[in-house]
Design a protein around this ligand. Structure first.
Ligand code: ADP
Length: 402
């Protein structure tokens, strides 16, 4: 089939991110975000290829459907509708069932609904996006790409918890990992830098944004990752605490008057950089406070954040027998030279040393190897999950729609 462009949709409970992408080149023809959905503040912002930016307030009922109707209108106005050959959806949880992109069928929709048990905040929202697109783009095939899929190659020693086996067998309680599309994308880009097939490459990739995860990649496949059954596990993040002693939760509930809902809010929304600093979850704000105001808690938050990431990276020496390099991506990984220095300075045992000049220059969309000569490679690579979704959707369609 002739795949001109794929409309990539990432649907949250009150937002829809979209990009119209040419899968072969990654060129974005249109992109944007509908936000504050389900409230009268609902607004859609569109960035058109020629540099134009437009904002439209959405009319009642302010929902995903309304947002997609405006998107279709805009696509028509810019003569882009006929370019779309399919819709590619980002879906957060694919459980053990999905390790590959999949065409949407009634069974797949059912499975995404079932998997909402494991991702109650994300999968239902993703499903709303699929339903809304089925109405808005009636004749187009819809593909789902799962955030967990790349990690399905993990061996059982990585994905099992030290809990009774029956919880895994009966209730699917295990590590799944997230940010899979991003870890996969940056690994393909690093392999290109090495001029080697991905299947011959071993990396550790650190996706550091509001959510953060670190992945060990062996022969091009994920063999361990820091996020778990939910995105809450692993390194410290913007507002999530990451790993803590489970005993703390019992203490909070039994002795400090917390309800389970309070604990949920505490560990997911009030912890991490925000919780430790008492100031902000935004890395830029914390760096400013540390450098300009000598803010002790901001310094502590950033220090703990970096140490925990360095420790996780080092722990993957147990997963790999050879290592081509470390990859930084995500808003913090791509832009904060301070965070990269702080992390890499704690990894000299693995022969990681940064060239500080390169480190300072590799920000704001610039990619490259920032390691010292003779040290192990350390790349900064801007992630592009949308392109992977477009590419994988197009590849799947070329197989099934001849
Ligand atoms: P999300 O997980 O929501 O996609 P992003 O990948 O966009 O998040 O990353 C958001 C984080 O990136 C924020 O903590 C923000 O402070 C950080 N960030 C963005 N630009 C910079 C910068 N120039 N310096 C330091 N941190 C930055």
């Amino acid at each position: 089939m002739n795949t001109q462009a794929i409309l990539v949709i990432n649907c949250g409970s009150s937002s829809v991110k979209f990009s119209l992408i040419k899968p072969t080149s990654g060129e974005t023809l249109l992109s944007g975000l509908a936000e504050c959905l389900l409230s009268s503040e609902a607004i859609i912002t569109l960035n058109i290829d020629n540099g134009t930016k437009q904002q439209h307030k959405l009319a009642a009922p302010f929902n995903h459907q309304t947002a997609l109707a405006v998107l279709v209108e805009q696509l028509e106005q810019h003569h882009l509708v006929d370019d779309i050959s399919a819709i590619g959806h980002r879906v957060v949880h694919g459980g053990e069932k999905y390790s590959q992109p999949t065409l949407v069928t009634i069974e797949v929709e059912q499975a995404i609904k079932q998997l909402a048990k494991l991702a109650p905040l994300h999968n239902p929202a993703n499903l709303i996006g699929i339903k809304a697109c089925q109405l808005a783009f009636k004749n187009l095939p819809q593909v789902v790409v799962f955030d967990t899929a790349f990690h399905q190659s993990m061996p059982d020693k990585s994905f099992m918890y030290g809990l009774p086996y029956s919880l895994y067998k009966k209730h699917a309680i295990r590590r799944y990992g997230f940010h899979g599309t991003s870890h996969y994308f940056v690994a393909t880009q690093a392999a290109k830098q090495l001029n080697k097939p991905l299947e011959q490459c071993n990396f550790i990739s650190a996706h550091l944004g509001n959510g953060c995860s670190v992945t060990a990649i062996k022969a091009g496949k994920s063999v361990d990752t820091s996020m778990g059954m939910t995105p809450g596990e692993g390194v410290m993040m913007g507002t999530r605490c990451g790993d803590i002693d489970s005993g703390i939760i019992f203490h909070l509930v039994e002795n400090l008057g917390y309800s389970i809902a309070d604990v949920d809010k505490l560990v997911n929304k009030e912890s991490g950089l925000l919780g430790v600093s008492g100031l902000s979850n935004d890395c830029r704000t914390l760096e400013n406070a540390m450098q300009n105001d000598n803010h002790a808690q901001a310094t502590l938050a950033l220090t703990v954040f970096c140490y925990r990431i360095a420790k996780t990276i080092a722990s993957y020496s147990a997963s790999l027998t050879q290592l081509d390099g470390l990859i930084f991506t995500g808003g913090i990984g791509e832009n904060s030279s301070w965070v990269r220095t702080e992390i890499v300075n704690q990894l000299s045992l693995l022969n990681f040393y940064l060239d500080e000049e390169k480190n300072q220059l590799t920000r704001f969309g610039v990619s490259g190897n920032i390691a010292k000569n003779n040290a192990r490679a350390c790349w900064v690579i801007a992630t592009n999950e949308e392109w992977v979704i477009a590419e994988q959707s197009a590849q799947l369609l070329s197989k099934v729609v001849q």
